[in-house]
Structure formats: structure tokens, C-alpha cells
Ligand binder design. Structure first.
Ligand SMILES: [Zn+2]
Length: 1118
């Protein structure tokens, strides 16, 4: 991207014939009713909605096409239409017919076309059907107190204790002398974790039941006498039946992996869910799969008699806690008894893989033009090309709903969170143009005088072009003389297409000195590599691995497009309980080491020669990297410091007046006497108690202040951890998670099995494109405003989102609240402005604009919801909430809000139907799967079997994720490989994430962006094993086979390896391949990712959860 200002241009300036009929038809309003935002018949997309498009009549003559810039990608056809943000109300939303939703009832009457249609696809079923009474009398949604309870925000940070200062002493060592570190005792820091923790699962029995039941009075549903409030998660009730029923066709899943338990009872295929997900034994009658059985008498089609309410159906079946599992959590399939049930077709409940494939089929490969206010983009899982026509690409901004409710009351009524997930540096595919840069010279960007919004396509020029009205605050501003331009006959500036800030959703401004610290242009950023050289890291070979890698990796530091070398400076520190700084000035023949042993008040002992240009100092740096592993080869030092290491980085940046990033490679809890010293506070007894939150809370004090210092200096911290035991990740991750950094963790690191995995992460991380020293501000049009921010950010006040750095994978989730009424006519605008320093040290403003619709009809709101974004919001808000509330309360809130959102839809948007039908908005039909999966994630599940550090790690990682990453994390891809066409380029379509999809003779790949498995069924054909492993059978696979596939010269081996490497390339993190055989012990690790099944550590199966939610919905409606 060039820096000289405004490089606007052009192809988008061309008014093209037929503008208005956008290829792909996104946003085009169908003439016929649609069932779901993309759900309509294909032909519905062909014609643009009357009025929504700008009339093609607007003469092209008025917009002289400026010269075409070569920067524009010819593949991206621009058609010159202006975003229709100000469409008149009459022009706006096309009338849709029936509200879109899915009805899971195959017996739906033909009188309900939409229902019928979807029904056919999903082979519907009725769920629930217990509650007496028709669905007629819905009083106001009787929300439980929990349903309305909000997550508490964490208390504002108070008090920042200063690091205590002590006399500092540094001593300069002679060039490259071994570090002076007293040999200290090798005490392990703290007891090993496993041990202490397992004492009595606090979760046992009833303590878990709660989650779903909290607060509800279970009146209606026949829950049988027992206390089983919440089926799904609640202990016993759900256990056996549901799962057993539908899934176990093949290998009984409980059995093999869970150590002992087995699918005793139930005849597999035969029985089923039909019943009450819970019942089990009672399900006699219903002739068919699901539908009938849940129906209450009379509520359904004739003949399908309901499922008689029975007391006790929730009970009884309990097989009790399984060995190795939490007690009260939904145990395992166990004592299913009762007559065999008819097997319910598991395809009958909404499927994420189906939704993903459908979206791909409809929109994959197409061009998505951002010219329509409030249009819902393709799913994150669909490949498409974006054409910026006035709104930010969905790669930069996605929303939970693209149609906001007009009033706070409406928002409260539906409880759909209003949020945008902003990934300001999202990677763009090669066929999409990078952002244009506008340069307004010394005056800087044009901004509204009152609200300070930046010039954007929404500003309205009036008075012959001499003034403009700000669409954010309505203030009328003078146009500066240099910026004046005449208007054409439709009131648009003549230079409309020549200026990105007038016609595009995303662009950049060159920032003036006013936007720089101390009014000085910034220096180029720096990267400091800080390597823990204590005993463990030396012994494992990690230090040598890092040093060897850096020699090549430093050649690949990010650089500006077209630049020959990177402007980023580099520096090196090694440390254990003291720090060693290195002078690598190019003039030196040998690097020089300087040791700082007083870590109480860290300072940097050298300025000149510490941060250098890699190209200039390459020889000295090579020399250093060669020597480091040898220098510390005989170390006995096992203690480390940590906070002083970060402090040193901040001080170095301060001294060099630059921003940058620290890459810290660290192995153990910092126990050496120094600021930020930590002690083992892991305590599994806290799990599932009110104090569990303390396990996630960082230690206050030193690290809190450090975060503040880092952000003030633009110092981002990336942390690579190599622990063999607990190291208080919640605290150690505090600074990285407040500075836009990443945390990587390699448990029990071994070079042979984890080396490549780590190096892939390191390479990706070092080469990421990013911005430094960033401040983000989100402005909105009147009537609503940004109220909360979730991400790797630091907030000094309520509006400025500070990020020491922000890279291409980091996203900030912004929640909005009403402060007034929104207008359907003008819609709602969001402008995200990010001030940052580029990798070459230029100060820039990156602007993303998005216009949304507003409505007073809830059905419109639901139609515009995006489940993937909703779940991103819920994941982040829940993960923040567990810092302050018991995990169980948080789960309660999630379930209640789920039920509430869906009940509100049912009550206000769905056409009348039997109460026994579960009706979901089409846009949210797979929302329950994600929600259930979220509640089973390590941070929320409340299991003593999970490592506290792993839980904290996942919590912090997710907080910074964008929509793609949370989607994949919560619904892993399970890809069948056994029938693969080795001659095809394509990757087989994933199947539902359930053990039921596995087959004995099958082979599956599973990945979630964090872990990747190759699963081999026990009857996997020998020729497959031969081709992949060069071994005669599964039994011959050895330890060495379990982490990688040998490079064999046959089509199957090549194909499988290429699929795996493609996935590894695509994801932000590297993943360590784990090969598991069916029924081997490690299979447990794999099975925990089968998120439609009952959770290994607790949590309901998807089917159970759906049934439970349905019941909750019915309660809310009666
Ligand atoms: Zn304004």
C-alpha cells in the first residue's frame, strides 16, 4: 500500500450498465416470500427490490470515470452503485411473507408452506409436548429472574500498585561471558497439579443439576419427582436414553473410551430418542420417529398421539456417575431400560453442517457487494469475494443482527444482543484490493466538528457542496475550501468516485502530527525476542530450536508492500532469574552481553546496539544465535522471573521511542524473588463453588500496572509457554491479553513431537500483518451507542479502546445499547476508527463504516440475525462473566437467554401452531447447537478433570477471536476421509460432529482451529493403513506414528497430507496432529470435540439440550 495519500481510484468510478442488478443478488429483495434470509427459491434473488436500488436512471454522465488505477483488481467488478443507505422508507425493506423459521414437525399442515418446506428438509419432529394447555395464551414472556439477569461487568480496575523500587544494580559482564546466576535450589514451583485436585468432585450429584434449572419452576413438564431440574446438564436424567438411542449404532461410544462404562442396556439402533429425550422407558407407542412421541394429545395431527405424561420419566434411568466422569453431570449412557424405541433420525434436528453447505451452495464463489443497508452477508464458512460499495466488508465487521430494533423496549423484549464483531486488520484474499489511503494534507482528515466522526459515504453534502450534514450527530459543518467540490444533479459530489472516503465502506487516512505522540512522527516498531534460558528450556532443546529458527525467520519480518526490507528493528534478551541484554550493533565483531541482576527496578543497560536493523546486523545476530544455546548449556538455574522481562521490553521501547512487540518464550511459573513473583494457587476444590472465579482472575498488582505501561508505550506481548505443570496462566496471560498479544501453550514440550507445531505458530506469529500503538473509537448515529468492548484491549475510559497492537486475527466485539429511539427511515450507522502505527512507522487512521436497518417489527430483526456472530458475543460475554460470577450462574443465564430469544420469536413472529412444535427462526436454527457447545467448553463446564491453566488459556484466547474462529472452535469440522476421491481437489464435506457418524471401517479428520486429529476406526482397511503409515495394520502403529504421517509416495498419503497442511495453513494457529485409533485411550481427547454428543466432562448432548430449551420456551409462553 503506498503512502502517498489518496490513491483513489477507479474502476468503481465506472458507472456500469445494469447497475442495480447485482450479480449474486445479495440483498435483493425477492418478490416472493422468503423463508429465511437466504432461504428462498433461487429465482427470488434475481430481481432487485423495487426502490432499494438506486435507480439506474441516475445518469452515468454525472460521474466521469476517472482514470483507472492499476491497483484495482480487474476481477472485482465494480458497478458504481452508491450504497443505498438513505433509501426512503417506502423503498426500504421488501415485504417478506411469512416470517422465516423452521418448524420441526413433519406433520405440519400444508396450510403452512414455510413450515412444510423446511419440514421436508429436516424430517421434522416434535419435541417436548409435555406441558398441558395450548399455546394460545401467551402472557408476557414470564421471564425468570435469571433470564433477565445481566452479566455483571467486572469492577473497574482500581489502584495500580507500583512496582516497588529498590536500588538497582546492574553489572556489566565482559562480552559473552556466561551469565552470573547463582545456582539455586531446583525446587519445583508448587505441587504438581494433577494430584491435589481430584479430591471429591464438588460437582457430584445435584450440584450440577442446577444449570439449566436455576430459577425456573418446573411446573409443567413431568419431571418426575426427582430434583432433576435441568435435564441436559442436570445430572442424571438425560443421560442414557437420548444419546444412547440415537447414536450408538456403531461402536458404542461410551464404552470404549471412557474407561469401563459401557452401553449396556439399550439395544442400539432400536431404541431412541423419540421419546422424551428423557424418558427412556416410557416411549411406547409412537409409530414414527420423533414427531408423534412428543406431541401432546390433541395438539398435533390426528393420529399422533402424544406422549403420555408420566411421572418419573426423568428419573430412574440413571446409571449413576460413571467412573472417570463427574458425578452429577449427565452421566453416560448407562442403564437404559425399557422397550426398544424406534430410532429417531438424527438428521431431523437442525444441522450446522447442512446450514454451512447450503450457504456455500447458494453464495459460494459469488461477489458480495456491500451496497445495501442492513443486508446479511454470507456465512463466515462460505468463500466469496467482497466488493466494497459503501459498507465495510464482513471480513472487517459482522453483526449479531443487521436490523436493529427501533426501541430499547423492543431490544429488551427479544433479548437479542446488539453487537458488532470488528476485526480491523482482517486478512483480505488476493483478489480483493487493499484499502485505499486518503491524504488530506496538513489539515488531516475531514471530521465533524461536533461528534468527530470522519468523512464517510454517509455524510450529506448540502448548500451546493459548501456544507455537509453529519449523519451521526446531524451537525451541519462547513466544507473546508480545499475540500470543496460541486454537486451533481442528484446532490452528489462530482468527485464521489475519486475519493474513497466518499464512496467506500473501508479506507485509511494519513494521520497528521496531531495524531502522534508528542506531535512527533513515530519511529518504526521493534520486535524483541526474549528467551527463557533456564534449565528446562535448555535441556529440552527448545532454546536451540528457537535460535536456529530465528536465523531464517528474521528474514521474513513484515514489510510494506513493495519495500525491500522490513523497517522493524530487532533486539534480543535471554533470562532466567537475571536478564541478559545483547549488543548486536553491526560494527561489532562479536555480540556483547550485559547482565541486569537486580530485577526490582528494571532498566535497559544499553541503548545503542540493542535494537537494530536485522539486515545491517545479520552477521552479529547470527553469531549471537549460534552462541546462546552453548552459553547456557551447563546451566542449573531453574528459577525464572517474568514481570521484569516485560518491564525490560517496555523500557527498551520507551528509550527508543517506539512501539513494538515482545516475543517471550517461557517455561515455568516465575518463582524467583522479583516483582511479579507467583505462587501456586491452583485449587481444584474451588471448581463448582462460588470461588471458582478466582481461578480465572489474574493476581492483582504488578501485572495490572504492567499492562497499563505496555499499552501506554504500544508494547504488545506475545507469550509462548512450555509448561510441565501449573504456572498460573490466568496471571501470566494478563499482560498479553490486554495488549493485543497472543498466548501459545505447549504442555510438556518435546522437540521431537512438538517442535514443528511450535515453529509453525512462531512463523505465523512473526509474519502477521498488524498495526501498533492503536486506539479504536466506535461512533454511532444518534439513538444508540457502544457500551461494552470485549477483546485483547485496554480501556482507560469508557470510549477509547486501546490496543498495544492489533493483528489480522484479533477482533473486538462491541456491544450497543439504545439511548433513544432509532428511525426505520434513516437506519443506524456505525463508524469504527482505528488510529495506529504501520509496520514502517507511519501514523494512519483506518476507518470502517457499516449501515444497519432499524425496525419496529421483531420478525425483521430475527430475519437479520447472524448466529455465528451471536455466538461470538455470547462466548466472550460469558467468558468475561466467569471472572465475577459462579460458572453455574453464567450457564443459567446462557440457557435462559437462549430460551428467551427463541420464545420471543415464537410468540411474536411465528404463525400460530401447536405448542408442541419447536419453532426456530431460520437465521437461528442452529443457535442451540452452538450454545450447548459453548457451555461444554473448558472454561464453562466446571470439571475438576480439566487443567486450570488450560481453562484460563481457552478463556483468554476466545476473548480476542473473530467470528470465524469462534465458529470453528465451537463446532469443529469432522471430515470423512475413507471414501475420499484422491484425484479430486476438493476436501470432502464435513459431517455432523457426533460419534454416531463414525464407522468402524472409517477414517476421519477433526479440527477446530486449535486441535487436529486423524481418527482411525478399528476396522480400517489394511491397505489404507499401509498407504498412510507404511505399516501392515492398525496394531502395528507405534508411538512414532501418532503425531505425524510419513511422506509416502502414493495418492492417498499425498491427498490426506495435503488436506491437513491446507487446514494448518488456513488457521491462525498451528495445530498438533494427533492420530488416534478407535478404542485407544487417547481417543478420549478426540471425543471431547464431538460437540453434538454428551460432554465428556459434563454437559448435555445437542438433542437433550434442544429438548430442554424447547421446554423452557414453552414455559415462557404459558
Ligand atoms: Zn457529527
Amino acid at each position: 500500500m503506498s503512502q502517498q495519500g489518496y490513491v483513489a481510484a477507479p474502476p468503481y468510478s465506472q458507472a456500469q450498465p445494469g447497475m442495480g442488478s447485482y450479480q449474486g443478488g445479495f440483498g435483493a429483495a425477492p418478490a416472493q416470500p422468503l423463508y429465511g434470509h437466504y432461504g428462498g427459491p433461487p429465482q427470488a434473488f434475481s430481481s432487485p427490490p423495487a426502490g432499494v436500488m438506486k435507480s439506474p436512471a441516475s445518469s452515468p454522465g454525472g460521474m466521469p470515470p476517472p482514470p483507472v488505477s492499476s491497483q484495482y483488481n480487474p476481477n472485482v467488478q465494480q458497478n458504481g452503485a452508491h450504497p443505498q443507505r438513505l433509501a426512503s422508507p417506502s423503498a426500504a425493506p421488501p415485504t417478506y411473507g411469512q416470517p422465516s423459521h423452521s418448524v420441526y414437525n413433519s406433520m405440519a399442515s400444508p396450510a403452512q408452506p414455510p413450515a412444510q418446506q423446511l419440514t421436508n428438509q429436516m424430517s421434522a419432529m416434535n419435541l417436548g409436548g409435555y406441558a398441558p394447555g395450548a399455546m394460545q395464551s401467551p402472557p408476557p414472556p414470564a421471564t425468570t429472574s435469571i433470564a433477565q439477569q445481566r452479566f455483571q461487568t467486572p469492577p473497574a480496575a482500581t489502584g495500580h500498585p507500583q512496582m516497588h523500587s529498590a536500588p538497582l544494580s546492574s553489572h556489566m559482564a565482559p562480552p559473552i561471558s556466561p551469565p552470573q546466576s547463582p545456582i539455586t535450589n531446583m525446587q519445583g514451583s508448587g505441587p504438581p497439579m494433577g494430584g491435589q485436585s481430584m479430591a471429591g468432585p464438588p460437582m457430584g450429584g445435584h450440584s450440577m443439576t442446577g444449570p439449566l434449572m436455576g430459577g425456573h419452576s418446573m411446573t409443567g413438564p413431568p419431571m418426575g419427582g426427582q430434583s432433576m431440574g435441568g435435564p441436559p446438564m442436570g445430572g442424571q436424567s438425560m443421560t442414557g436414553p437420548p444419546m444412547g438411542g440415537q447414536s450408538m449404532t456403531g461402536p458404542p461410544m461410551g464404552g470404549q473410551s471412557m474407561g469401563g462404562q459401557s452401553m449396556t442396556g439399550p439395544p442400539m439402533g432400536g431404541q431412541s430418542m423419540t421419546g422424551p429425550p428423557m424418558g427412556g422407558q416410557s416411549m411406547a407407542g409412537p409409530p414414527m420417529g420423533g414427531p408423534g412421541s412428543f406431541q401432546q394429545p390433541g395438539s398435533g395431527p390426528a393420529g399422533l398421539q402424544g406422549y403420555p405424561q408420566q411421572a418419573g420419566q426423568f428419573g430412574g434411568l440413571m446409571s449413576g456417575p460413571q467412573p472417570g466422569m463427574q458425578g452429577g453431570f449427565p452421566g453416560a449412557p448407562g442403564g437404559l431400560s425399557g422397550p426398544p424405541q424406534k430410532k429417531l433420525d438424527p438428521d431431523s434436528i437442525p444441522s450446522i453442517t447442512q446450514v454451512i453447505e447450503d450457504d456455500k451452495a447458494r453464495l459460494g464463489g459469488q461477489v458480495y457487494s456491500t451496497n445495501i443497508r442492513g443486508q446479511v452477508p454470507p456465512l463466515v464458512t462460505t468463500d466469496f469475494t467482497v466488493q466494497d460499495q459503501g459498507n465495510a466488508s464482513p471480513r472487517f465487521m459482522r453483526c449479531t443482527t443487521y436490523t436493529l430494533p427501533c426501541t430499547a423496549e423492543l431490544a429488551k423484549q427479544c433479548q437479542v444482543p446488539l453487537a458488532s464483531i470488528i476485526k480491523p486488520f482482517a486478512k483480505l484474499p488476493k483478489n480483493e484490493a487493499p484499502l485505499y489511503v486518503a491524504n488530506h494534507g496538513e489539515t488531516g482528515p475531514i471530521r465533524c466538528n461536533r461528534c468527530k466522526a470522519y468523512m464517510c459515504p454517509y455524510m450529506q453534502f448540502i448548500d451546493g457542496g459548501r456544507r455537509y450534514q453529519c449523519t451521526f450527530c446531524n451537525c451541519v459543518n462547513e466544507v473546508p475550501a480545499f475540500y470543496f467540490q460541486h454537486l451533481d444533479h442528484i446532490g452528489r459530489r462530482v468527485d464521489f468516485y475519486e475519493r474513497p472516503e466518499l464512496s467506500l465502506g473501508s479506507y485509511e487516512f494519513v494521520a497528521t502530527l496531531d495524531y502522534c505522540k508528542n506531535n512527533k512522527p513515530p519511529n518504526p516498531p521493534a520486535y524483541i525476542f526474549m528467551i527463557d534460558v533456564s534449565y528446562t528450556n535448555i535441556k529440552s532443546g527448545l532454546v536451540k530450536l528457537i535460535c536456529d529458527e530465528l536465523k531464517t525467520l528474521l528474514e521474513k519480518l513484515p514489510r510494506e508492500d513493495g519495500a525491500e526490507t522490513s523497517a522493524i528493528k530487532v533486539g534480543f534478551v535471554t533470562y532466567n532469574k537475571v536478564l541478559h541484554f545483547y549488543n548486536v550493533k553491526s560494527a561489532l565483531a562479536q555480540p556483547q552481553m550485559m547482565v541486569v541482576s537486580d530485577t526490582a527496578e528494571m532498566f535497559v543497560p544499553l541503548l545503542d546496539g540493542f535494537l537494530v536493523n536485522y539486515q545491517d546486523s545479520r552477521a552479529v545476530i547470527y553469531n549471537l544465535l549460534d552462541q546462546i544455546p552453548d552459553m547456557f548449556a551447563d546451566t542449573n538455574e531453574s528459577e525464572t522471573v517474568f514481570a521484569p522481562v516485560i518491564q525490560a521490553g517496555v523500557e527498551a521501547f520507551k528509550a527508543a521511542e517506539c512501539s513494538g512487540k515482545l516475543f517471550i518464550f517461557h517455561s515455568s511459573m516465575p518463582t524467583a524473588e522479583a516483582p511479579g513473583k507467583l505462587k501456586n494457587r491452583d485449587d481444584k476444590k474451588l471448581v463448582n463453588t462460588d470461588k471458582e472465579k478466582t481461578l480465572f482472575q489474574p493476581q492483582k498488582g504488578v501485572y495490572e500496572q504492567l499492562s497499563k505501561d505496555c499499552v501506554a508505550q504500544g508494547c504488545c506481548v506475545d507469550l509462548f509457554l512450555f509448561p510441565s505443570q501449573y504456572l498460573d496462566l490466568a496471571t501470566m496471560g494478563d499482560v498479553p491479553s490486554h495488549t493485543g498479544g497472543s498466548i501459545y501453550k505447549y504442555n510438556n514440550f518435546q522437540v521431537e513431537t512438538d517442535g514443528e507445531h511450535f515453529l509453525r505458530d512462531l512463523r505465523k506469529d512473526v509474519q502477521k500483518s498488524l498495526g501498533f500503538d492503536a486506539v479504536m473509537r466506535v461512533r454511532t448515529s444518534t439513538g444508540f451507542r457502544a457500551t461494552d468492548f470485549f477483546g485483547g484491549v485496554y480501556m482507560n475510559n469508557t470510549t477509547d479502546v486501546e490496543m498495544a497492537a492489533v493483528d489480522c486475527d484479533k477482533a473486538v466485539t462491541v456491544e450497543f445499547k439504545h439511548d433513544d429511539t432509532l428511525s426505520e427511515e434513516t437506519g443506524a450507522l456505525i463508524q469504527c476508527a482505528l488510529l495506529y502505527t504501520t509496520i514502517s512507522g507511519q501514523r494512519r487512521l483506518r476507518i470502517h463504516n457499516l449501515s444497519l436497518n432499524c425496525t419496529s417489527q421483531l420478525s425483521e430483526l430475527y430475519k437479520s440475525c447472524e448466529t455465528d456472530s451471536l455466538i461470538n458475543f455470547f462466548a466472550k460475554s460469558a467468558y468475561r462473566a466467569i471472572l465475577n460470577q459462579p460458572v453455574k450462574n453464567v450457564r443459567d443465564i446462557l440457557v435462559n437467554q437462549t430460551a428467551h430469544m427463541l420464545a420471543c420469536y415464537r410468540k411474536n413472529c411465528a404463525s400460530p401452531s401447536a405448542a408442541s412444535q419447536l419453532i426456530l427462526p431460520d437465521s437461528m436454527k442452529v443457535f442451540p447447537v452452538y450454545m450447548n457447545s459453548l457451555m461444554k467448553t473448558a472454561p464453562l463446564v466446571g470439571s475438576t478433570e480439566l487443567s486450570t491453566d488450560d481453562r484460563a488459556h481457552q478463556r483468554l484466547s476466545v476473548m480476542a477471536m473473530g467470528v470465524e474462529d469462534t465458529q470453528l472452535q465451537l463446532y469443529p469440522r469432522l471430515i470423512p476421509l475413507h471414501n475420499i476421491d484422491v484425484s479430486s481437489e476438493a476436501v470432502p464435506a464435513p459431517v455432523r460432529c457426533s460419534a454416531e457418524r463414525l464407522t468402524d471401517a472409517g477414517m476421519f479428520l477433526l479440527e477446530n482451529g486449535h486441535s487436529i486429529f486423524l481418527w482411525l476406526g478399528q476396522a480400517c482397511p489394511p491397505d489404507v493403513i499401509q498407504n498412510l503409515f507404511n505399516a501392515p495394520s492398525l496394531a502395528h502403529l507405534q508411538q512414532g506414528h501418532m503425531f505425524s504421517l510419513p511422506e509416502l509416495d502414493n495418492p492417498l498419503s499425498k491427498k490426506v497430507r495435503s488436506i491437513i497442511s491446507e487446514l494448518l495453513d488456513k488457521r491462525p494457529n498451528s495445530m498438533k496432529l494427533l492420530i488416534v485409533r478407535q478404542k485407544d485411550k487417547p481417543e478420549m481427547l478426540f471425543r471431547q470435540f464431538l460437540v453434538e454428543d454428551k460432554g465428556l466432562h459434563g454437559g448435555a448432548s445437542y438433542m437433550d439440550f434442544l429438548c430442554y430449551v424447547h421446554r423452557e420456551i414453552r414455559q415462557l409462553l404459558t
